[in-house]
Design a protein around this ligand. Structure first.
Ligand code: SAM
Length: 211
């Protein structure tokens, strides 16, 4: 999802008190951004932020960081949280391939990957957020009991992800090929893409990976 030419988006993101600038300076010290010292969960590729905003509102005992590469998209999330007091939610406007520059070993307790870009061409497979190269990055920042939770409507990406989890030496749990009809449906928070694709009748695939 890339919204082009959103006038002033970069400036708005840079000026926002909710977007952490120079995140490498927070490495190992993320708790200082929040009012309470509690587990840190991140969403990579959060898009317009519907999922993480609702998650943060429902779980005040977790600190959330939403990561989005494009200012033109992140600016929509900033609009969404206007006039809402959510002290446990901040954002980063960065590329997740540099994740290890921003988080120290074991600093993150959970990583959400929702409807990540599928990068359908084989030669781009390392760009998929569930490629084993990404699991190597996740291994460096996630706590020993940490979990990566993924949702998608893309069966090929899901099958690829199942393989990559195994190749990376991680384990699987709570796997379903039809989330909304599964035992895991209760409490599920829909993302913007999830609403769109499930309304078209697409099943939603879900997995959790742990070390
Ligand atoms: N998660 C949202 C949802 O489910 O509605 C948005 C899904 S959209 C298909 C994928 C988002 O991930 C886009 O906004 C894209 O800019 C972002 N993204 C893709 N690769 C990224 C990366 N390496 N680092 C940060 N964000 C990324």
């Amino acid at each position: 999802m890339r919204l082009r030419n959103v006038t002033g988006a970069k400036e708005e993101v840079i000026e926002s008190k909710y977007v952490i600038r120079e995140p490498e300076t927070k490495k190992g010290d993320w708790q200082s951004c929040f009012t309470k010292n509690q587990p840190i969960h991140i969403e990579i590729g959060m898009g317009k932020g519907q999922f993480i905003t609702e998650l943060a509102l429902r779980n005040p005992d977790i600190n959330y960081i939403g990561i989005e590469k494009y200012a033109s998209v992140l600016v929509r999330a900033l609009k969404k949280r206007e006039n809402q007091d959510i002290p446990n939610l901040f954002y980063l406007c960065v590329d997740a391939k540099n994740l290890c520059e921003y988080f120290a070993e074991g600093e993150v307790d959970r990583i959400y990957l929702n409807f990540s870009d599928p990068w359908p061409k084989d030669r781009h497979s390392k760009r998929r957020l569930t490629a084993k190269e990404y699991f190597e990055r996740y291994s460096k920042v996630i706590s020993k009991t940490g979990i990566v939770a993924m949702k998608t409507d893309n069966e090929a990406l899901f099958d690829f992800s199942l393989q990559q989890v195994a190749e990376a030496g991680w384990k699987l749990q709570k796997v379903t090929r039809n989330l909304h009809q599964s035992e895991f449906a209760d409490g599920n928070i829909m993302t913007e893409y999830e609403e769109k694709f499930s309304s078209m009748g697409n099943p939603i695939y879900r997995l959790e990976a742990y070390r």
